[in-house]
Design a protein around this ligand. Structure first.
Ligand code: ADP
Length: 425
């Protein structure tokens, strides 16, 4: 195996795919692994993205998993480590972004790192340390209703400081606009002031490219997927189309949606309006009858027999409906019941002949990939910013698209398939 240039640790599966997508588009050959690899990599690559499911688990466990990932990446010689979290900084005051960053810094002997969830191509920008989602502050966006990590503040310095034991500072847009040299000087000043992590403003891709150059010598960077566009240049790598070609697809097409994010809700409604076959999975029925998911599997089988394709099974609900369910069951119980059902359904769908599977929701994608026992994903063409088609050959050939809640256009569930069709035409 060749030496890995960039070693990445992502706190969820869709986030890992999003990062891998940006790295591929900026010139790196990338493999995404599900958890810490236990087998050899299937290809020679420049970067490995280890996908964990550590965003909302207990911080002690999240640290343990992240340190295991780091140990593997160090073993294969990674020059730089990239800790990837969500572009909406999904976390609570307990973490896990802060505690994991702190422990990775300790393990790497790093005295400083950057914190930037910015992803301008997807409308996530940072101005004076405040995170915007499109035109709205994070705390005014639909993220304030997230079932697991409701984001009620937009000030990233405050959000990070609340969960990080060292001092947090800011590199604002005025410095960033001056370019990589000015950012480097500011980093030195912050280190002298005893700051260990700095939130970095970024309003556009150029800001991230300048930041990428400025962080070349940091052993650890922490970011959303956006910073990835600025890193391959540090290793003299350039983009090429052939890096994203996937094998031919086969089999039926299905969508599993466990995301309750605003955009997913629109995508589900669009799919329904277009007249495709849809099955609503009710969390309360799941709590009464754990094998209720099998009814959805049976429904899918019948739909395929009648020629329906693609089909959708969803638990996606409005914030009010989610609140009702959570009041009845608790946040954790509702989340885990739906996730478990989605994992079972992913297995059942693939067993009945689905060869192209689209999953909506970060946590939901995590359980689906785990229950499918997928170990490595080859990254293919981009559907929308942050969401590529991927391919796995083990345990069986499957094309997968893992969509983070708020990503993708409104017609994503009908449009995504055309990207594969185009590649294979
Ligand atoms: P996103 O990427 O939009 O954040 P996730 O899959 O990461 O989506 O998170 C959604 C969480 O909400 C999951 O834990 C999922 O099981 C849970 N969930 C899904 N549908 C419902 C529902 N109808 N009521 C309550 N919780 C739900």
């Amino acid at each position: 195996m060749n030496k890995i240039l960039l070693g990445c640790i992502a706190d969820d599966f869709t986030g890992a795919t999003d990062l891998a997508n940006n790295l591929v588009r900026s010139g790196m050959r990338v493999i995404q692994t599900v958890g810490v690899p236990t087998e050899d990599l299937e290809h020679d690559v420049d970067a490995v993205v280890i996908a964990l499911k550590s965003r909302t688990i207990d911080s002690v466990l999240a640290i343990e998993q992240s340190l295991n990932a780091l140990a593997w990446l160090k073993k294969v010689g990674a020059h730089q480590i990239y800790f990837k979290y969500c572009s909406t900084f999904d976390s609570t005051t307990q973490g896990n972004i802060g505690p994991v960053t702190d422990e990775l810094m300790k393990a790497l002997g790093a005295s400083f790192t950057v914190v930037t969830p910015a992803f301008p191509d997807n409308g996530r920008t940072i101005f004076k340390g405040h995170l915007f989602v499109g035109d709205l502050l994070l705390s005014d966006s639909s993220m304030r209703h997230h079932p697991l990590t409701p984001m009620k503040d937009s000030n990233l310095v405050k959000l990070m400081q609340a969960q990080f034991p060292r001092r947090v500072g800011l590199i604002d847009y005025k410095i960033v606009a001056k370019g990589s040299q000015a950012i480097k000087v500011k980093i030195s000043e912050l280190i002298n002031e005893g700051i260990s992590a700095a939130v970095v403003d970024a309003l556009n891709n150029e800001d991230l490219i300048q930041l990428g150059e400025a962080v070349k010598d940091l052993s650890l960077v922490t970011a959303g997927s956006g910073l990835a566009i600025g890193l391959p240049q540090n290793f003299n790598l350039k983009p090429s189309v052939s890096q994203s070609r996937l094998p031919h697809y086969a089999g039926q097409r299905a969508i599993l949606s466990g995301s309750c994010s605003e955009m997913t809700l629109k995508q589900v409604n669009h799919f329904k309006r277009e007249g495709y076959a849809c099955y609503a999975l009710d969390p309360l029925t799941l709590s009464q009858r754990p094998d209720y998911w099998q009814e959805a599997a049976l429904w899918a089988k019948q739909q395929f027999k009648t020629g329906a394709d693609p089909i959708l099974i969803y638990s996606t609900s409005s914030p009010d409906q989610v609140r009702e369910v959570q009041k009845e069951l608790s946040v954790e119980k509702a989340g885990s019941l739906v996730e478990q059902a989605m994992g079972n359904l992913a297995m059942a769908l693939v067993e009945m002949g689905v060869g192209q599977l689209l999953v909506a929701g970060g946590e939901t994608s995590g359980v689906c990939v785990q229950s499918l026992k997928v170990n490595q994903l080859q990254i293919g063409p981009q559907i929308d910013p942050g969401v590529p088609w991927c391919f796995t050959k083990s345990p069986r050939n499957l094309h997968l698209a893992l969509k983070s809640g708020n990503f993708g256009r409104e017609d994503f569930f009908t449009y995504a398939w055309s990207v594969l069709d185009e590649q294979n035409s």
